[in-house]
Design a protein around this ligand. Sequence first.
Ligand SMILES: NC(=O)c1ccc[n+]([C@@H]2O[C@H](COP(=O)([O-])OP(=O)(O)OC[C@H]3O[C@@H](n4cnc5c(N)ncnc54)[C@H](OP(=O)(O)O)[C@@H]3O)[C@@H](O)[C@H]2O)c1
Length: 284
Amino acid sequence: MQNAGHIGKIVVLPPVAGRHEVTAKAVRGMKVDPDGVHLVVGGIGGFGLVAANWLVEKGARRIALCSRRGQPDAETRAMIELRAEWRRCGFGPCLRHHGCRGRGDASGDASFGSTVRSVVHAAMVLDDALISNLSRERNRPVIETKAKGAAILDRLTRGDRLDNFILFSSATTLVGNPGQANYVAANGYLEGLARARRQEGLAGLAIGFGAIADAGYLTQNADVNDLLAKRIGKTALKAQVALDMVENHVAADPGTVDAAVVMISEIDWTAARNLPVAATRSSR
Ligand SMILES: NC(=O)c1ccc[n+]([C@@H]2O[C@H](COP(=O)([O-])OP(=O)(O)OC[C@H]3O[C@@H](n4cnc5c(N)ncnc54)[C@H](OP(=O)(O)O)[C@@H]3O)[C@@H](O)[C@H]2O)c1
């Protein structure tokens, strides 16, 4: 409604007592401790790098970027070298990283230390195929990068006082996406983990992003972008706009288990209605 992008009328329904949870908890802003380490897994390039920059803009001074490459690519070097905020911040360890291994692991080179205040898990590997063509071997990297990575990050940071534990999921957990069963399952795990952490009183937020227009995978894979546009419409958000929405959610977050998962996506529901999964759901 704010974007004035709608056609026709918008019906706003008030919460129903007993059915919707309404809490009066104080609204809090997003906390980014300037003295803490902020770890972005999958933060070398792509949407993860934009998220790292977002943390720097929020006041982070010590950023650790992890990926299997373990070395900044051209995009990351440009960010570090050209932006004044990054030059000020002690861009320290660019950790060599294998499947989110950390402290105590055989690789021995990814110690998170004791001052971690934020974890952003943005790593992903895709291997899309119809389910009949998928195998355990094909699914493993897709699932493990997200789910096992998140489980390890959860375990290794239990002793840290985390302000943010943010898992990048996908709106495909809401609408499904033919050919992405492994990816959707892996993201489903992230959402369950965010809820489970909140149940235990720990920081946890999983965000189901829709398509991102200007950073990450879809910018490198025009054919996938076109296919997705046919399925959910040409509705991709700019990465910065999506992250601003995350911040708005965090600011208004009541801290409930339900609020541990949020979808940040624009979806053309007329197009999405034709998705096999969406059609099955709506026909129930
Ligand atoms: N782009 C979108 O439109 C979109 C939409 C919805 C959700 N998301 C979510 O946003 C996140 C980032 O997406 P993206 O488009 O930026 O992806 P991307 O460009 O493919 O980047 C993925 C990153 O993950 C790293 N990575 C892969 N396997 C890893 C592992 N085992 N351990 C550590 N790092 C690993 C990669 O670096 P190495 O190759 O060096 O390991 C790379 O930095 C993903 O979680 C994705 O699900 C993106």
